[in-house]
Design a protein around this ligand. Structure first.
Ligand SMILES: NC(=O)C1=CN([C@@H]2O[C@H](COP(=O)(O)OP(=O)(O)OC[C@H]3O[C@@H](n4cnc5c(N)ncnc54)[C@H](O)[C@@H]3O)[C@@H](O)[C@H]2O)C=CC1
Ligand SMILES: O=C(CO)COP(=O)(O)O
Length: 339
């Protein structure tokens, strides 16, 4: 049994905390709002994020970072990417020197375009080679029902990856290890761009062929930029790549898919974001993907078109036309750039 702190009481943080509590660990969840902590402690519920779920009684919550993090053997970060650095700065004084650090955030830091483990390593350098990332096709709404789910945990430290696997794995939550931190983080983050694009295409009524095209050609983009950034290409055919693309681009649970769908129905990006109570990482990640494409001089046509739709008012139908009318391409030669 481990003493575990979970930072972030949104949908994913709460559900991961509940998996750990199911596994017999003593789990304390940090909630930004005191009323959410009180609701979890009193009613074992967090209705703002998970309407019907009732949590394991071993799961308690607090809005005091010090109380949550101090003396904990494991600290799990599940805040949106834009909040990661700020949270790290705040918890730094309380983290035990031998704590296992895990994050489950899918995104990049804005402007620096750093991966989340790079941000953690900058703020907590003693952990630079031991950080673990948890990713894969895992919608909170299904994990809370204990529906069979598979995820991957990546770390350059095999012991840390295996310890994370051991504390999370159970009969509904199967955990694989992978040493490729870069690939797992990039796959998990960039699939949100493709999920947004798929929501748009579905909303425009383009159908199954277009969705399959976006997912497959999206994977090629992810593999190309991922390889350039040092990922193992084979990771992208695993859970953090193909797995999460399928899970997100075909799911109505996906906030990214739903945001894309809403934009296809004529809503502006700011309307969509203000109506959605939960984080839509793919919007900021489209900016990151666009910047990475420039930095590594890589072709990412879907990312480029989505960027134009989201931030330059391009008509989504015209974006699809432009994708379809690109120059002729040789599939194998082009795919080989990523694999
Ligand atoms: N919801 C899901 O099914 C999954 C989510 N993820 C990833 O997990 C991360 C968190 O997502 P969710 O829990 O779904 O988001 P959410 O929108 O449900 O909750 C976000 C949480 O972060 C807190 N928060 C927001 N801004 C903050 C700030 N500036 N400082 C501190 N706390 C802040 C909110 O109060 C809330 O508790 C994202 O990177 C997401 O991509 C990954 C896999 C599955
Ligand atoms: O990453 C996720 C599932 O694996 C969650 O995706 P959304 O943020 O689009 O809901």
């Amino acid at each position: 049994m481990k003493q575990i702190a979970v930072i972030g009481a949104g949908s994913w943080g709460t559900v991961l905390a509940n998996v750990l509590a199911d596994n017999g660990h003593d789990v304390t969840l940090w909630a930004r709002k005191e009323e959410i902590a009180n609701e979890i402690n009193t009613f074992h519920r967090n209705h703002a994020y998970l309407v019907e779920a009732e949590f394991h009684p071993n799961l308690t919550a607090s809005s005091s970072l010090e109380a949550v993090v101090k003396n904990k053997e494991v600290v799990l970060f599940v805040v949106p990417s834009h909040a990661m650095r700020d949270m790290l700065i705040k918890i730094k004084p309380y983290v035990r020197t031998d704590a296992l650090l895990i994050h489950a955030t899918k995104g990049f830091e804005q402007e620096s375009w750093k991966r989340m483990s790079e941000v953690i390593a900058e703020e907590l350098p003693e952990w630079h080679d031991k950080i673990v990332v948890l990713s894969g096709p895992s919608h909170a709404e299904e994990v809370i029902r204990r529906s069979p789910t598979t995820v991957v945990v990546a770390s350059s430290c095999q012991d840390s990856a295996e310890l994370t696997q051991t504390i999370f794995i159970n009969s509904y939550f199967r955990v694989y290890t992978n040493p490729d931190v870069v690939g797992v983080e990039i796959g998990g983050a960039l699939k949100n761009i493709i999920a947004l694009a798929t929501g748009l295409a579905d909303g425009l009524g383009y159908g199954d062929n277009a969705r399959a095209a976006l997912m497959t050609r999206g994977l090629a983009e992810i593999a190309r930029v991922g390889s350039a950034m040092g990922a193992e290409p084979i990771t992208f055919v695993g859970l953090a790549g193909v797995g999460d693309l399928i899970g997100t681009c075909t799911s109505k649970h996906s906030r990214n898919w739903r945001a894309g769908y809403a934009i296809s129905q004529g809503k502006s990006l700011s309307e969509v974001l203000s109506e959605m109570k939960m984080v839509v990482e793919g919007v900021k990640t489209t900016r990151a993907g666009h910047a990475l494409k420039e930095k590594y001089n890589i072709e990412m046509p879907i990312t480029e078109q989505l960027y134009a739709v989201l931030f330059q008012d391009k008509d989504p139908k015209l974006a699809v036309e432009d994708l379809m009318n690109r120059g002729k391409t040789r599939e194998l030669q082009e795919m080989a750039q990523g694999w």
